[in-house]
Write a protein that binds this ligand. Sequence first.
Ligand code: NAD
Length: 402
Amino acid sequence: MKEVVILGAGYAGLRALHVLQASKEAFHITLVDRHSYHYESTSLHEVAAGTQSKEKITYDIQDVVDSQKTTFLEDEVTKINRDSKTVHLKSGKELTYDYLVVSLGFQSETFGIPGASENALQMVDIDSAVKVNDHLKEKMAEYAQTKNEDDLKIVVCGAGFTGIELLGALVESRPSLAKIAGVKPEEIQLYCIEAVTRLLPMFDEKLGNYGIDHLVDWGVHFLTGKPIKEIKPGSVVYQVDKETGATEELAAQSIIWTTGVSGSHVMADSDFEQRRGRVMVSSDLTDPSHSEVYIVGDVSAVMDKESNRPYPTTAQIALKMGDWAGKNILRQLKGEATQPFTFKSLGSVASIGNTHAFGVVGKTPVKGYPASFIKKAIMDRSLFETGGVKEVLSKGRFDFYH
Ligand code: NAD
């Protein structure tokens, strides 16, 4: 019997699993993930800020595994050998495949900035997001004892989508953090340090400013055009003058790193031709040198002919890629030709807290409460596409009215 191996149970991997499990063809699937649960990576900032519990954004992978067809292994992928068609796991196990779906997701990108890995908090999975929240609460509790102002300062590094959504959630969690510290919410100081001056370049300036202005009104301090050069224990060093290279330092006890992501290190470790962990795939989403290896989600780069740049990595495109890879494998199993992947973005919406959002749906800008409504519908739809009705009913967002 043919063997399909799926590496990673994120948006792309679970979507491929869903398509493959629905087929009546006879083949076996092995799904590997280092966790026993799937998590909604688009909601990690809420767990980090403490506005959602980790349970709300996770579900058991076994819930979506059809044991008649699929074996789930909780293990970590260390290397893929495309010549011998094998996958090496941390436990020492070796898997053999006829078809492979590589959907190993993202990791934090530090761009080699000194101290970023050691001295800033990362927010890349459930454990690291929980650690951010525990750290924030710990610093607030420390302030109650020491009255050291730096304990009340939270710095978000980078004002991309992740940084902006995190700041929105932090504004919302300020009252509960302030309670721990014994201060007023506005005494908790939120900073964002960003390299460029034109924020959120994917939106027109007016729309981007809508989100930023809200955060400023809510008390967030933006330091823009200030590339971060180093993270020291308890402070961020950023450049203030490009000509002279002069830097300044902001002391803070909570520093959160959200300056971008790269694909899993397994891609480089396995000698894929990759850049920042992303492989430029063929039109049918396969590895250019191996037609039985599909590369999808954050480890994959698909060229957008309109912008002449790879599409940005989002949950939306990951779900579509996983779906397409599953369908192309079914075509190959039947001896048919694969079909080229096509993608039309439905737009993107960034939340700033639970009741505000802004973005573009189709080509239409959306703002405020309607955008927040749409954002929740988008999250519910993603959840449905990987987890089905059961997960939407128990973990979906239905607090539409405020
Ligand atoms: P990003 O690359 O989009 O943004 C990172 C930001 O950090 C940029 O503004 C960059 O200029 C800044 N930066 C980089 N190096 C810096 C430095 N040394 N000093 C200061 N600033 C620096 O990364 P992200 O926000 O993590 O998003 C990753 C991907 O996920 C993107 O494609 C994004 O669109 C997507 N995403 C989408 C959503 C959504 O649709 N709601 C939410 C989160 C992320």
